[in-house]
Design a protein around this ligand. Structure first.
Ligand SMILES: [Zn+2]
Length: 127
């Protein structure tokens, strides 16, 4: 398996974390069922809301300060504020969401992360 930075970089670029070549996506945000190059299954993809949380934090950090300065310095009407900042926020989120979905999937594959399972009493005694 390639080193961790290459795996994460491939995921960020929307490439398969196994072969670093095939596309992860079948559409803008929908994952393909398997890698078209190496055949690795992407059925284990389970990033949930993780990518959206990172994107919300990043976009908030980038947009809120300039929006506040814009509002305080220029004192524009509300319609102009909404007209400028809402499309900018939506666009920034859409641009970042795909790379972060790929990044989170690559991290999942790299760390062999999977859904947690409860052990029953006999399994706990063995561990
Ligand atoms: Zn692949």
């Amino acid at each position: 398996m390639p080193d961790k930075s290459k795996i994460l970089g491939a995921g960020f670029r929307g490439r398969c974390p196994n072969c670093l070549e095939g596309s992860l996506f079948d559409g803008y945000l929908k994952f393909a069922r398997a890698c078209p190059t190496c055949g690795e299954s992407f059925d284990i993809e389970d990033a949930g809301d993780g990518p959206a949380v990172f994107v919300i934090f990043i976009v908030s950090f980038l947009v809120v300060p300039p929006a506040l300065v814009f509002q305080m310095v220029l004192e524009p009407p509300v319609w102009l504020t909404l007209l400028i900042w809402i499309p900018l926020i939506v666009l920034a989120c859409l641009v970042l969401l795909r790379p972060f979905r790929g990044l989170m999937f690559a991290a999942q594959v790299m760390n062999k992360a999977e859904q947690g399972q409860l052990l029953d009493a006999t399994q706990q005694d063995e561990n």
